[in-house]
Design a binder for this molecule. Sequence first.
Ligand code: TXE
Length: 480
Amino acid sequence: MQDILNYINGQLIQPKSNLYIDNIAPATGKKIGSIPNSSAIDVNLAVEAAQAAFPTWASCGADQRSKILLKIADLLEKALPEFAQAESLDNGKTLKLASTVDIPRAVHNLRFYATAILHAHDEAYYTEPHALNYTRREPLGVVACISPWNLPLYLFTWKIAPALAAGCTVVAKPSEVTPLTAFMFAKICIEAGLPAGVLNIIHGEGAHTGQALVEHPDIEAVSFTGGTHTGQRIAALVAPKFKKLSLELGGKNPNIVFEDCDLEKAVKGSVLASFSNQGQICLCGSRIMVHQSIYEVFKEKFLAKAAALQVGNPQDPHVQVGAVVSEGHYHKILSYIDLAQKEGGKILLGGMPVQLEGDYSKGFFIAPTVIENLPYDCRTNQEEIFGPVVTIMPFESESEVLKYANSTKYGLAATIWTENLTRAHRVAHQIKSGIVWVNCWLLRDLRTPFGGMKESGVGREGGFEAIRFFTEEKNICIKL
Ligand code: TXE
């Protein structure tokens, strides 16, 4: 049992609310500990600590901030096996994925921003003949970072690293569904000597703790990753207060396979894009569109590869598909599979829970599911399912597939498989999404802008974009 504590003003403490929620392991359905359900009083304490720490942290210099963040990254890297175990236990993802993707990426996020800040530069303008303008970027103050459950420590560090590097102090709230690695991370911050109050981590439910945090008058900005509906709610709360807001929301991403693709690569990449992390990545390619001339052959190869994925105990190194994150989410995914059938969809693969034995008999496992025969504009093809469920459909022409691809309210990512470079550029330019991958999926360079169009979000993370978000420009004009 791991009872989680808040991290406020450099200390691990119980919530003043004295309220707790159960932490359930999705692979077994069993309770593994308790989580504080922090109240507005706890949020206040965290914000006060962050406010008190801000002047020193903001002015200690990029070099100093960089050193501490690098130390945290080193300690996290050393503890990678324990963190990967905890992430797998808490989220249901495979230990292999947590060890090779989640935790290494968290280390990378910290190192990336710890060093990026050393290369940040300000602008200067000589106003001929009589003035000099220079523009400096000042950290905003206390900011809120709210992260989701699908890539818990990966997305948590993706937000706090640029905020801390830029000189802000932070009150962060990880998802109440997967709080474990953020709690362990607090211990590492203490060990690394992060000054008290610079980072505060409070736990609790979104509508309770999260809402109190975004509504707090001394929070200058909110960086949020989560569902579109929650993003809308947060935007409505903070807009009248003119707080800065960054939103990374859902996706319903097209995965477009042209007849001139490298078929083997397209099949392999599409399986990854469909079922990685049980399909619980906002970038997953959940709508597969295949040119009619290769539809049958692609489908056959894709189904064979997807059918070979082993679902089971996330700790088993041979397993590729673990449990989905929670009982509620499990039922949500199954209800979409029902809906797809009601909409006329034909289940080609999966379409049902996977019943395991022994310790895992009460876990939340769903078979990789492939559905065809659905129109592009039905609910199954328009709404984010966020599970191991994809649809597959044929298309005849570029204009037709662009219509399908751009038909949803989302615009996060898209993947195109083609060996024709001219076509790759032409189609990429016409797709309405913040990210387009050609002949690859989830190939990330942390310097690039990351984010979505339409209802997939507002603003961009990544590279210097994130540093710009957590700072505000001030222009100083000097008459010579
Ligand atoms: O996320 P929520 P949920 C999508 C996915 C999923 C759906 C709902 O489709 O099925 O969203 O997931 C905090 N004020 N994505 O409900 O609620 C919450 O505590 C402040 C896409 O689990 O958006 C958690 O820390 N905070 C996605 C975080 O918001 C609030 C990743 C995300 O939770 C709040 C996850 C409030 N009123 C789900 N309500 C992606 N873009 O990758 C909740 N929270």
